[in-house]
Design a protein. Structure first.
Length: 249
């Protein structure tokens, strides 16, 4: 083999090895940065045992429905509007996790729609007491318009919309571009149990369902503490696996 050919082959091998080395370094850096960004230490502060203790929950429901506390969790049967609040006030940074299913087996409440949630909720008039006697709520949706909170309506409007709203206490419930979704992958499948995770980590607000981040918001003026509630309308849902974690860097 000619000397020139040997040198050329050696240069090609050296270049390929350097490319592989740089690719490996970039991959390692990407994994490291990703891990630093996503992997928070978690300290569990409430477990699924809380679902079985009805003294920890406040039910606000219109006539005609009922809320059952069972060994499996909470069963919501609603005819015209219901919110079930977790009574302890929560403070971030935190992650709330639960499993939830919209039941469709032909029962009187079995409409697959409105797997909704409030979190980090406060009342401007009584910021330290969401359940003050002045705040007369009976489960009608409009009665929550004046609160400060994060809201996701998953599969609302007869399972045609999934929306995120940041309530600002002014009753107008802003709906921003990109927060009004209707693709099939963000709607509801009957009798399917979903795992939902809610993140409130300073300004990082996330709604994650079965590992898929549906909403990711960077809030410059975040709500850092408040109350959490399941919200349902004309639907039959079963909730289990409730947990609350304190997030730590």
């Amino acid at each position: 083999m000619k000397k020139e050919t040997i040198i050329k082959n050696l240069m090609i091998m050296k270049k390929n090895n350097l490319n592989r080395l740089f690719t490996g370094i970039l991959l390692l850096l990407t994994i490291t940065v990703s891990a630093q960004h996503h992997n928070h230490k978690k300290k569990k502060i409430y477990s699924s045992a809380a679902l079985k203790d009805n003294s920890l929950w406040k039910v606000e429901q219109q006539p005609g429905g009922q809320v059952l506390f069972t060994k499996q969790g909470i069963e919501l049967l609603d005819s015209s509007g219901c919110t079930v609040w977790f009574k302890p006030q929560l403070e971030g940074p935190l992650m709330i996790e639960y499993k939830i299913k919209a039941v469709d087996k032909g029962g009187p409440y079995d409409r697959v729609s409105d797997m909704n949630v409030f979190w980090m909720a406060t009342a401007p008039q009584h910021p330290d007491d969401l359940f003050h006697t002045d705040l007369k709520r009976q489960g009608q949706f409009r009665q929550y318009d004046g609160l400060l909170l994060y809201y996701v309506g998953c599969g609302g409007h007869n399972n045609t919309k999934t929306r995120f709203r940041r309530y600002n206490g002014t009753n107008n419930r802003p709906l921003l571009e990109g927060h009004d979704l209707d693709s099939p992958d963000v709607l509801l499948t009957p009798n399917k149990t979903y795992t939902v995770r809610l993140i409130a980590n300073q300004g990082k607000i996330r709604y994650i369902r079965d590992g898929k981040t549906i909403f990711s918001i960077d809030d410059p003026k975040p709500y850092t503490k408040g109350w959490f509630g399941f919200r349902v309308y004309k639907s039959h849902q079963i909730i289990s696996g409730f947990k609350v974690f304190r997030l730590q860097e």
